[in-house]
Design a protein around this ligand. Structure first.
Ligand code: PLP
Length: 400
């Protein structure tokens, strides 16, 4: 799980290179799979036949929830999400898309509108993109109770649908665990409630599994982890473990059949690239053979338990530890750390612990608001590495 940083230092990467690097780096088996595919067929138009794409579809079907049957391949998570939105608009003949504040879904000029944050420079706000407050923005109001925050979020989604007219929405897009927001998982009640709203109004429920897919939550996909039954899943990142670019959206059976009949006009030259497909096949093989999804679950438990010892040892310092598998967020407590004085604001702690970890050869990923850390190491992380990380954090907090 080592990466070389710009200054030449080699560090343990606890962010998994933005949650891509699930199976670890430098695997000879991946190199062999890519080389073999290069000799057979390095590229062919997405509309033409490629045996490796068909074989990947079989591999995907062996791990996906049973009702998701029909993949459409792309290059990245962002363009797979665009394909999903096009497909939802096509079959519903509606345009609006609802998503949650603080969600992240990609970086094209369409998808930045679906994201729940601010637009990039030169972006323009599109009227079809509607947002409801996510649990992370409701957590304080809900008395720091995730289940209540989920209930408030569901009420907000319902209100947003009614404000614009529920029959104007083509799709509702959610991350099962909101990675960029700090590993915020949908509660089971919220997942069920979103499904019910989509059923009631004929809206397509799309799960953005770009981060949570392929084991990151300790199960093959994040949706079953949080009790979500989507009409489509969007996949990228961990699908190839970072060894080649590939994205996909996988549709539920009847939606997929309809698209097969009528077609889906969404295609980039390198969509479903054979090398990406070969990398995905090898990645799935490795995840299965080495039982890495199960390992992600058990290493996640060990990491969480270690972080909880920090919370117990330093009461009032850590506001929350959340997430699933090896997608764990730790948030320092804004109010109490600031009141304690001694400069112990969350940002100060993040800076201090980040530097101490760096000195020990550990690279930590701060959350986007700078109030904590996001832990998402490769599933190959060892118990020793976890224990060492926790010890480094303990030492650094003790000498604060
Ligand atoms: N969805 C989520 C949850 C992501 O984290 C990302 C990227 O970070 C994307 C979608 C976009 O994927 P890509 O960068 O491959 O376009």
């Amino acid at each position: 799980m080592s990466v070389t940083l710009a200054d030449g230092s080699v560090v343990e990467d606890w962010g998994g290179q933005f949650y891509v690097n699930n199976i670890g780096t430098g695997r000879a088996e991946m190199a062999r799979a890519l080389a073999a595919q290069t000799r057979i067929m390095s590229w062919v138009a997405p509309s033409d036949f490629a045996a490796v794409r068909l074989a990947l579809t079989d591999d995907l079907l062996s791990v996906l929830p049973g009702h998701l049957t029909t993949p459409h391949y792309s290059v990245s998570g962002s363009d797979a999400l665009e394909a999903a939105i096009r497909a939802a608009r096509k079959v519903t003949r509606r345009t609006r898309v609802l998503s949650l504040t603080q969600s992240y879904h990609g970086d094209t000029m369409t998808i930045e509108n679906v994201c729940g944050g601010t637009l990039m420079p030169y972006g323009d706000r599109r009227p079809w993109a509607v947002h409801a407050l996510s649990p992370v923005d409701l957590w304080e109001t809900a008395g720091r109770d995730w289940s209540r925050a989920g209930g408030l979020c569901l009420e907000g989604v319902d209100r947003a649908l009614r404000r614009h007219g529920p029959k104007s929405f083509a799709a509702l897009i959610v991350e099962p665990v909101m990675a960029g927001a700090g590993a915020i998982a949908l509660s089971r009640d919220l997942s069920r409630g979103l499904r019910a709203l989509c059923d009631r109004h004929g809206i397509k429920l799309i799960a953005d599994e770009v981060v949570t897919g392929f084991g990151r939550t300790g199960r093959w996909f994040g949706s079953p982890t949080v009790g979500l039954t989507p009409d489509a899943m969007v996949l990228a990142k961990g699908i190839t473990g970072g060894y080649a670019p590939l994205g996909a959206v996988v549709f539920e059976r009847s939606w997929g059949s309809e698209l097969r009949r009528s077609g889906l006009n969404h295609g980039l030259t390198f969509a479903g690239h054979p090398l990406g497909c070969a990398a995905a096949r090898a990645t799935i093989r490795i995840l299965k053979r080495e039982k890495l999804v199960e390992r992600c679950a058990s290493m996640g438990q060990r990491l969480r338990a270690g972080l909880e010892t920090l919370r117990d040892r330093y009461p009032g310092l850590i506001a929350d530890i959340r997430g699933h598998g090896l997608l764990i967020g730790l948030q320092f407590d804004r109010i109490r750390t600031a009141v304690r004085g001694r400069g112990a604001s969350p940002a100060h702690l993040v800076g201090r612990l980040g530097s101490a970890a760096r000195a020990a050869g550990i690279h930590l990923l701060p959350t986007s608001d700078g109030s904590g850390f996001l832990f998402a190491p490769p599933f190959t992380v060892t118990p020793r590495q976890i224990d060492r990380l926790v010890a480094v954090l303990h030492r650094s907090l003790a000498s604060r």
